[in-house]
Design a protein around this ligand. Structure first.
Ligand code: ZN
Length: 264
C-alpha cells in the first residue's frame, strides 16, 4: 500500500514538472478552454484514483499473491533474479495495456467510453488523466487479472505503474523536445510526437500508436505511425463530433458516455 501511494505522488510530481515545462516551452499554442479542461481532467483523475486504487491496490495485491503463491512466476521459479522478474512484469503489463487499448478502439461499446479521453480538444499533461471511470475500472480489472495470473513481483508492479503513469503524462504533454533525441527514442519508447498522432482528429491517424511505454508493440501489431515533421505543431486533436465546450465539462464526461452506451 505504501508503494501504491508513492506511485500516486510520483504521478503528481510528473504532472507539476511537466505542467511547468509546458508554460516555459510549449510545442503548440494552447487552444482556448483550459478553464473547462483542467478542472474536469483533474477531478476525474481524483475520482478514478478513489474508485479503483482504494478497493484493490495493485502492489498490495501482488504482495498478497506472492505470499499465497498465486500465478505463473510465483509457481515457476523462486530463484529468478529480481531484475529479471521486474523486467518481465514491466514488459508483460505494457503488452497487456497495448492489447486492451486496441480493444477499447475496436469494440463499439468500449469506444463510447474511451472516446471521452479522445474528446479532449487540446493535448497537454492533464489529458493523461482524462479517462472515464468505466475505462478506469476496465484498465484496473486488466491489471488485477494480469498480476494474479502471471504472479508478478510487487516491485515489478510498482515499477510498471510508475513508468506507465509517468509516460502517459509525458506523452500527452505539450512540450518541446529536441527532435533528434525524440526520433531516436521513438524506436524503443512512446514519445509525445508519436502519441500526438494517436490523438489526431483524422481517423486514419488515431488508429496508430496505441502503446503506452514501448513503441515496439505498435511495430509488432502493424499499428506504428511515424510522425511527419511539424505534424505535432499543427495538430488538430480531438473528435470532430465533440468540439462544443459542453463536452469538456465534468457532467458530460461523467454522465454522457454511459447513456450513449445504452442509446447507441
Ligand atoms: Zn486511444
Amino acid at each position: 500500500m505504501v508503494l501504491d501511494g508513492l506511485v500516486k505522488f510520483w504521478l503528481l510530481g510528473m504532472l507539476a514538472t511537466l505542467g511547468a515545462w509546458e508554460f516555459r516551452a510549449a510545442r503548440r499554442t494552447p487552444t482556448e478552454g483550459r478553464g473547462l479542461r483542467w478542472p474536469t481532467n483533474l477531478t476525474i483523475w481524483s475520482l478514478n484514483a478513489l474508485l479503483v486504487t482504494v478497493p484493490i491496490a495493485p502492489v498490495a495485491l501482488a504482495v498478497a499473491g506472492a505470499g499465497r503463491g498465486w500465478g505463473l512466476l510465483n509457481q515457476a521459479d523462486a530463484s529468478l533474479p529480481l531484475a529479471v522478474a521486474i523486467a518481465i512484469a514491466v514488459v508483460a503489463l505494457d503488452g497487456l495495456g497495448y492489447l486492451q487499448h486496441r480493444v477499447l478502439h475496436a469494440s463499439p461499446i468500449l469506444w463510447r467510453v474511451h472516446r471521452v479521453h479522445h474528446a479532449d480538444v487540446d493535448l497537454d499533461a492533464t489529458t493523461g488523466l482524462r479517462f472515464h471511470p468505466i475505462e478506469a475500472l476496465v484498465s484496473h480489472a486488466t491489471l488485477v487479472v494480469g498480476i494474479i495470473i502471471l504472479g508478478l513481483p510487487p516491485l515489478g508492479v510498482a515499477v510498471y505503474l510508475g513508468l506507465a503513469a509517468g509516460n502517459t503524462i509525458l506523452t500527452h504533454a505539450n512540450i518541446r523536445f529536441p527532435s533528434a533525441i525524440e526520433s531516436r527514442a521513438g524506436w524503443l519508447v512512446v514519445t509525445p510526437a508519436l502519441h500526438a498522432v494517436h490523438h489526431s482528429a483524422l481517423p486514419a491517424e488515431s488508429e496508430r500508436n496505441f502503446a503506452t511505454i514501448f513503441s515496439v508493440w505498435d511495430r509488432l501489431g502493424s499499428t506504428y505511425g511515424a510522425q511527419p515533421t511539424g505534424r505535432h505543431e499543427n495538430l488538430r486533436a480531438g473528435l470532430e463530433e465533440f468540439r462544443e465546450p459542453r463536452y469538456l465539462t465534468l457532467p458530460w464526461t461523467l454522465a454522457a458516455a454511459p447513456p450513449s452506451v445504452l442509446t447507441g
